[in-house]
Ligand binder design. Sequence first.
Ligand SMILES: C[S@@+](CC[C@H](N)C(=O)[O-])C[C@H]1O[C@@H](n2cnc3c(N)ncnc32)[C@H](O)[C@@H]1O
Length: 323
Amino acid sequence: MEFKNKVFSGDCREILRDIPENSISACITDPPYNYEFIGHKWDANEVKRRLAKVKDSKTLVKNIPYGSGLAGGVRNARWYQRNRENIMDYQKWCAEWGAEVYRVCKPGAVIAVFNSTRTMAHVQVALEDAGFYARDTLVYRRHSGIPKGDNLASALKQKGISDYQNEEGWHSCLRNEWEAIVVLQKPLEENYINTYLKYGVSYFYTRNTDGSFQSNIIENIQKNEEDKQQVHCTVKPLALMEKLIEMFTPKSDEHIVLDPFAGSGTTLVAAKKLGRSYLGIEIVPEYIEIINKRLSKLKRETRELSPLSDQSYIQQPSQLSML
Ligand SMILES: C[S@@+](CC[C@H](N)C(=O)[O-])C[C@H]1O[C@@H](n2cnc3c(N)ncnc32)[C@H](O)[C@@H]1O
């Protein structure tokens, strides 16, 4: 199966089975953040059902079609039990795709996975169960969190309690200002240097443009105009994905970056822009069109900027393979 610089449509758990082992240099991905799986199989039909459900919604949930954690309901034992079952289902699902990613990764390859601060521990444990070794958790500080949940003073006012103002400032949650990126690594062969010499991976690139040493907090990433124009609902800033690719993938198109939850293809565009190869998988066929448009646009821009440029930097257009 030819898989370098390709985008496949389907469930990553199935598609990855056809990818050779030890062929991927880094997996950088942003899977659906769990929350409301309960009783649903996480397949294309389920994704479509959820998208249809929120299509005309004017609420925040519109942007979070996989369930938002904003679900109401009485907090009784059943509610907590369903939440527990939900997160355990999610962890099991992460272990399933994690096992396939593990197989295709080279020894020393990094897997960096976005997740919410509430659920990141489950993703880490699932990936450890798949065989990866936990290395770090990066903070992606994004400055835009809106506090959700209950305001105590408002709740007291609704109950008709007169001195509700005394309780101003109390809230049921904190403002969520960062997203987690759990970072794990496929076990090394003996040590860093021997793994590097054999597979070309294992070290992180740590020199910032100002000469400082990269920390595990990533901040001051701005969304550019292109990021804002994407129609996919959970697009990550291109500059953020570029940063992660620079940190975890060597500078060469021999190295393939995998994104098994490609969405609108931001990881793939960043990889291509930086001269790495990519492999993308996305379950919703409509998103594949968005990905291919973005990759083709980048190719046109690269050609316009440097008509005599190094051909190795300009990859073949990704081929849409509807499996
Ligand atoms: C959070 S979004 C990724 C967004 C991406 N970071 C971007 O910038 O566009 C997660 C994507 O995973 C896809 N997905 C969900 N389950 C999948 C599966 N089993 N296999 C492949 N893709 C899946 C969803 O359709 C969704 O587009």
